[in-house]
Write a protein of this length. Structure first.
Length: 567
């Protein structure tokens, strides 16, 4: 009888399995203490019933393994169990008013990434969050995202920023203000949908689409989500060499969060030079909560979060990113995602039907699969004839590295300040704050240095009053928050935000407001020089339709005051 190609391939796989099975000591100790030779650039899927040992195995892989423990990682855990908090250098929460909030401005990207590519990532994320297939909604999102970058000084033709021409330009704190934030997108959507003739003629359907779009973006402006997403920084880029744990305690808000987070992850590893050598590991724990398989059937436009996860799995290897997906059983994860993961570790699963399916794929007896001892897993790789049972043990060859627990203590005070600043910037009256800041900056740019202390104190009082209508204002945060508002206004006006400008303003505001008169004269002279190049016309345009009549009268009064007492 003849032998077909399939029979030969199966015989080859069988021989490969026999050789591995008889010599498995060769593979012990390299990865999980005692287990298979895993290549994380091919990614890994881990499943098993609750308490079977799958989370323990992943933690062992990340921290106790002689090979993988040297790599930084990001763990995304959408539960309150805090299974990974003890192994993180930095532990953050997203969508919770408690704990340490990470700053994740999705509009920020590093030097090597292209603006067009990043806009495409953002567009797909926001489309996925809006339950509307209307073509105008898709156009609205795309054009609004493009517009807010152009408003920040990005060129429509070259897709570059005149103040961000080299990697060195990204080293200062101030460069973050050349990127939009979530508030800018919301404002642009509101303006477009209010003034658009399409919406005015579109009737009820367009009105519904407008509210859906505003609601999808608006949830990221304030509160616990605002702390993370309505900011100028994106800490994922600066933490690429650290062990980071992101917890999402509120499961109900996980889907919109993960949509934005996946874009940030793609942007992070895409910025590296192509190289399949492992550089970083990302773990998605409790993946059935992050990527529900039934969501795929509700959209036909390719914008579903499972499509984005599939994009990560298919492209991450090129940039040295290893992906580990963990959940309770395969039926709860999208089949297309599973098909792109070539390595699997399976622990005890209580479902008889699931056991039957896995046992057939693994070529083992279903009873063996369901009765494996605790901390034992069946391993199968694409191309391997038959799964093998391994006991996952901690390595005896290496000692566990010393890990920081919880939030980095050195950043506690700074973190609380940033949280207050982001909270104030997320208030509903942020535009009134910015208009007031622009108003006083124009006065400071025109007046004599002797007038500066009085104007800065009045600036402080007005901002404190505005914040006080909606929140308790922490007095000692105001100098730093005023610096934050100042940089936003200067960025909107088109002025160059030079290196150290944030700190310069902070030093002036702090010294004057704390009555440190010994340095006031020097600081005010520096402030005058800094504000001199600002185009008053551009600042005035920023205020044009927002200033009240009384403020405009005050502006005229101060103009005359400065002319009289100025040089």
């Amino acid at each position: 009888m003849g032998t077909n190609k399939r029979d030969l391939e199966e015989w080859h796989d069988f021989l490969k399995w026999r050789i591995w099975g008889q010599n498995k000591r060769m593979f012990q100790g390299k990865v999980l203490g005692r287990g298979p030779q895993i290549d994380l650039t091919k990614h890994l899927y881990v499943c098993g019933s609750s308490g079977s040992g799958k989370t323990w195995a992943v933690k062992t892989l990340l921290t106790d393994n002689a090979y993988f423990s040297k790599y930084p990682f990001l763990v995304v855990e959408p539960t309150q169990a805090r299974n990974y908090a003890e192994i993180g250098d930095y532990v953050y929460e997203i969508g919770s008013g408690e704990g340490k909030n990470i700053e994740l401005n999705p509009f920020y990207f590093p030097f090597n990434e292209k603006l067009d590519m990043h806009i495409n990532l953002l567009t797909s994320s926001f489309r996925a969050m809006i339950p509307s297939k209307d073509s105008y909604v898709r156009t609205l999102i795309t054009e609004s995202i493009e517009k807010i970058y152009y408003q920040k000084g990005w060129d429509k033709v070259t897709k570059t920023h005149k103040f961000l021409q080299s990697e060195k330009d990204y080293e200062n704190e101030e460069h973050y203000y050349y990127f939009p934030r979530m508030q800018d997108l919301y404002d642009e959507i509101v303006e477009r949908t209010t003034n658009s003739t399409d919406f005015q003629k579109g009737g009820e359907n367009y009105g519904t689409a407008r509210e859906l779009t505003k609601s999808a973006v608006g949830k990221f402006l304030s509160g616990s989500l605002g702390y993370s997403f309505n900011t100028y920084k994106n800490e994922l880029y600066s933490k690429q060499k650290d062990r980071v744990v992101l917890e999402i305690p509120d499961i109900n808000s996980a889907e919109p969060i993960i949509n934005i987070l996946l874009s940030c992850i793609i942007s992070t590893y895409s910025n590296r030079k192509p190289d399949e050598k492992l550089k970083h590991i990302t773990v998605f724990e409790e993946a059935q909560l992050l990527f529900p398989p039934d969501k795929n059937s509700k959209r036909d436009d390719g914008q579903d979060i499972n499509n984005k996860l599939q994009q990560i799995i298919t492209t991450a290897r090129k940039f040295g990113e290893g992906i580990i997906v963990v959940n309770q059983h395969p039926a709860e994860i999208n089949e297309c995602v599973l098909n792109n993961i070539s390595q699997r570790l399976v622990y005890n699963i209580t479902s008889h039907d699931i056991n039957q399916h896995i046992a057939k794929d693994f070529r083992i007896n279903p009873e063996k699969l369901g009765n494996a001892p605790k901390f034992h897993a069946w391993y199968r790789e694409n191309g391997l004839y038959k799964a093998m049972l391994f006991e996952i043990k901690k390595s005896r060859q290496t000692s566990k590295p010393k890990l920081k627990k919880g939030v980095n203590p050195s950043e506690e005070a700074k973190s609380e300040k940033r949280k207050l600043i982001l909270g104030y910037a997320g208030l509903d009256n942020i535009h009134e704050q910015l208009n007031t800041a622009a108003y006083y900056l124009e006065l400071l740019a025109k007046c004599h240095p002797d007038c500066i202390p009085a104007l800065i104190r009045e600036f402080r009082d007005e901002i404190e009053k505005i914040i006080g209508t909606q929140a308790t204002c922490q007095h000692d945060i105001l100098p730093e928050y005023m610096s934050h508002l100042t940089c936003i206004v200067l960025g909107e006006s088109g002025a160059a935000i030079e290196t150290g400008l944030y700190e310069k303003f902070f030093a002036v505001y702090r010294d004057i407001l704390e009555n440190k008169n010994q340095s006031t004269k020097l600081q005010t002279e520096r402030l005058t020089k800094t504000l001199a190049p600002i185009k008053a016309k551009k600042v005035a345009e920023y205020q044009e339709n927002m200033l009240s009549k009384s403020l405009q009268e005050d502006l005229d009064y101060f103009d005359n005051f400065c002319k009289h007492y100025g040089k």
